[in-house]
Design a protein around this ligand. Structure first.
Ligand code: ZN
Length: 416
């Protein structure tokens, strides 16, 4: 069952008009139970006699904290104007919550029927955009300043091992150590550094003994362990500003390839910033500095010696994907006694990526063979380079690569 919080507000004027806060809450409760949301009594927040023109309202602040703590999936509100009288604030709040994966549900959304309403709506949108940009800039500067003062509240939530304790009137926000989780973090670092287990082996071990994850539902992923080993909070210095928004780099993905719709343009995503731009905020350390540094060294070595390392690029890197399953092919290598042999391999065929079950049975293909064939194909304008590979003895079911020809040509500086 999904959990939700309820937010209701009446200003002092409205109370006179006999619009009580109880009727709002009752309507929201009815809606919640009809839609299958569970709303604990302590998650019903009411601001009685507060103006919708300001964001400083005790109930609203509690909802924002609750969202940041990651405890709910939705916030239920009667209508947008209960959230705020200002359109920009409505946008600010709904977007803030969306960033935490929390949906804002208005049970009475205003209907816009007439052309005047439509026009007003568009004006509101434009003004909101401008105000939002201003608010974001101001809050970004404000946040950097507060991060430099060591305030925990600028960090979004707490990583595994900690509980984010919201600020109260008496004290600032802080991280509280969750001892059972902290023990798991220490074990992971120990297994990786002292016992030299691989990230994959650690992941398997955690899943075997069924250590609960933070949400307690899913199982552990390698990427989670990898991120844990890199997180400076565990050595006692949480970092602010580790990522910044930038345009999405990858132009093609499996989801895009498998759907018939064209890829979305102009999407933005979070990119990691250089560590010297991070602002450190002291938090309780879970591992000692030496262990943490050792883990970083090992991660660096992994990067250097990984067979998937592609510092020297290969021609078709990022250009080919598997026709069988749609996953991209990546370059990898094996060492025979005499030499190193390079392959392109389907991501879907790696069982370790998908909890021990490969999603595709395509076999790896020799790099020289594929590149040779595709280049010959591109020269003579053969539309299906895969045909040539098949004629070289590959079984049709085993492997059919397809090449994003437009990109191949574009990268060479010609038009497709
Ligand atoms: Zn495949």
């Amino acid at each position: 069952m999904k959990t939700a919080a309820i937010y209701a507000r009446v200003s002092s004027d409205q109370q006179k008009e006999d619009k009580t806060i109880n009727s709002q809450t009752a309507a929201l409760m009815t809606f919640a139970s009809s839609q299958g949301f569970s709303v604990p009594a302590e998650w019903i927040f009411e601001d009685e006699g507060f103006s919708g023109a300001t964001l400083i309202r005790p109930g609203l602040e509690r909802v924002r904290d609750l969202v940041a703590e990651g405890q709910i999936q939705a916030v239920l509100v009667l209508s947008p104007d209960r959230l705020s009288r200002k359109y920009a604030y409505q946008v600010l709040l709904t977007e803030e919550w969306l960033r935490h994966g929390v949906e804002t549900i208005f049970i009475k959304a205003p209907q816009s029927q007439t052309p005047e309403d439509q026009l007003l709506l568009q004006f509101q949108g434009m003004i909101a955009e401008y105000e939002r940009a201003q608010i974001l800039e101001r809050s970004r500067r404000g946040k950097r300043h507060r991060a430099k003062q060591g305030e925990i509240s600028v960090l979004s939530g707490a990583p595994y091992g900690y509980r984010y304790m919201r600020k109260t009137e008496e004290r600032a926000a802080y991280y509280e150590v969750i001892e059972e989780q902290a023990e798991v973090v220490r074990q992971v670092f120990d297994l990786y550094t002292a016992q030299a287990l691989s990230i994959g082996a650690i992941t398997r071990r955690l899943n075997e003994v069924a250590v609960p994850t933070r949400k307690g539902q899913s199982c552990w992923e390698r990427s989670t362990i990898w991120a844990m080993l890199r997180n400076p909070a565990y050595r006692g210095l949480a970092c602010f500003g580790k990522t910044q928004e930038a345009p999405r780099q990858r132009r093609s993905s499996r989801a895009v390839r498998m759907s018939s719709r064209p890829p979305r343009r102009g999407t933005r995503t979070q990119h990691e910033t250089p560590p010297d731009q991070w602002i450190q905020i002291p938090v309780p350390a879970l591992v000692d500095e030496q262990t943490f540094d050792l883990a970083q060294e090992r991660l660096q070595d992994n990067k250097k010696f990984s067979p998937r390392r592609t510092v020297e690029p290969s021609i078709l890197q990022g250009l080919v994907h598997c026709a069988e399953c749609g996953y991209a092919l990546y370059r990898t290598s094996t060492c025979s006694s005499a030499r190193k042999i390079y392959y392109y391999r389907c991501l879907g065929s790696d069982a370790w990526r998908y909890q021990g079950k490969a999603r595709c049975n395509a076999r790896p293909i020799r790099l020289d063979l594929l590149e040779d064939t595709v280049c010959v194909g591109a020269d003579s304008n053969v539309t299906h380079p895969a045909d040539r590979i098949l004629t070289r003895g590959w079984k049709p079911a085993a492997f059919v690569p397809t090449v994003d020809k437009c990109r191949l040509f574009a990268d060479e500086g010609c038009s497709p």
